[in-house]
Design a protein around this ligand. Structure first.
Ligand code: HEC
Ligand code: HEC
Length: 331
């Protein structure tokens, strides 16, 4: 009997050690826990865009200023035309990250007062594993190859090509990336019932399955398909438009860049003149045709480098384009 007690204590210690080396006993998962931490705890390998060493001068705050205002000094400097938030939101864009339908995206934008933009949100971008997907290869050619699986290269491609600016210096790039890490997905962004969190902490279920289960709650890339304007522009896409929905698109998308020439030389507002001009050109083969602009984008004006990025099928549906037309042509 005398020997038995220390022996059971000994067994207890061994059990504790084993439980700890399992790795999963350490992390308490709640709604605020970053999704990446949970995946990492389950054995998912690190992405190549972790920030391991922060260079001198670099910080999250510098990154935030570059993304929202264009430079560490918060003046538009990285690009003379755009800031990252001209085209990308930094907020979540879907109530349920599994359903990335463009109308769900618009509904969420209306509810949350977000602009409706041509590019994917920077919120959760560090949780994605491939960039410039699908048809972007047609637009940027071989430039997408290094950027496809490397977030640093993706940021640089955007800084130069999308923003028409200069490449970021190393300390700026690491700052932007550190800031993007503050926009990573948290467990409560996913529709996983909170009662299920416990199994990601201590259960003996197969880790590979648990990783797959978590990833099934969001998309790890943003697919992109280019669409052509309708062949017969008078007939359009052959869908009846909903003017109320179109009003949201006009205000949250077109006016985001065009009102008071915010990011474009082409000045639009919600007055009659702007709407009439766009309505008149909508069905024409003209530079001012919204079909043309939305589907192909706009080249820059001579001597200027600002251009309008096109909307892919994922970012604006044909139905939504017709909704916009219905709003602009409404008497
Ligand atoms: C004029 C519009 C525009 C500006 C300005 C812009 N981007 Fe982009 N960006 C795009 C488009 C369009 C894509 C294509 C892929 C997508 O977002 O779905 C893209 C893609 C990206 C991607 C890859 C996203 C993915 O999921 O494929 C990153 C990262 C990115 N941009 C970062 C930035 C940063 C950082 C800045 C500011 C320095 C910036 N962008 C400025 C339009 C823009
Ligand atoms: C991300 C910013 C952005 C968004 C969103 C945007 N535009 Fe543009 N648009 C531009 C830029 C930049 C140009 C071209 C160069 C310039 O005017 O500075 C342009 C050009 C145009 C032109 C050609 C006229 C011209 O002088 O170049 C039309 C027409 C147009 N946009 C309509 C629209 C409509 C309709 C929407 C909404 C569906 C829209 N734009 C959304 C930035 C944007």
């Amino acid at each position: 009997m005398k020997k038995f007690i220390p022996f059971s204590v000994f067994l207890g210690i061994i059990w504790c050690c084993l439980a700890m080396t399992d790795g999963r006993a350490g992390l308490v998962v709640n709604g605020e826990t970053p999704v990446w931490e949970v995946l990492n705890e389950l054995g998912e390998p690190s992405p190549n865009h972790l920030v391991t060493i922060l260079p001198e001068k670099a910080s999250v705050e510098v990154g935030r200023k570059i993304v929202h205002f264009g430079s560490a000094k918060a003046v538009r400097q990285q690009s003379a035309h755009f800031v990252c938030t001209s085209c990308h939101n930094t907020e979540k864009e879907f109530a349920d990250l599994r359903n990335t339908d463009p109308q769900k995206r618009l509904d969420y934008a209306v509810e949350n007062g977000l602009p409706f933009l041509p590019a994917s949100p920077l919120y959760g971008v560090v949780n994605r594993s491939s960039f410039y997907n699908g048809d972007y290869e047609k637009k940027y050619g071989d430039l997408v190859i290094p950027a496809r699986n490397d977030l640093r290269a993706a940021i640089q491609l955007c800084a130069v090509e999308c923003s028409q600016g200069r490449e970021l210096k190393n300390w700026e790039l690491e700052s932007v990336l550190s800031y993007l890490w503050t926009l990573e997905l948290k467990m409560n962004d996913l529709k996983i019932p909170a009662t299920d969190y416990v199994k990601f902490t201590g259960s003996s279920e197969d880790a590979t399955e648990l990783i797959a289960e978590i990833k099934s709650y969001y998309v790890t890339d943003s697919p992109a398909h280019f669409v052509a304007p309708p062949e017969d522009r008078e007939a359009g896409y052959g869908l009846a438009g909903n003017a109320a929905n179109g009003e949201h698109i006009y205000k949250l998308s077109c006016l985001h860049c065009h009102e008071d020439q915010r990011y474009s030389f082409f000045d639009l507002n919600d007055g009659k003149l702007s709407r009439k001009l766009l309505a008149k050109h909508f069905p024409k083969h003209s530079y001012y045709s919204a079909y043309q602009m939305i589907r192909y984008g706009a080249p820059s004006h001579p001597g200027k480098r600002a251009y309008m990025p096109q909307f892919t099928a994922e970012k604006m549906s044909n139905q939504q384009v017709e909704d916009l037309r219905a709003y602009l042509t409404k008497k």
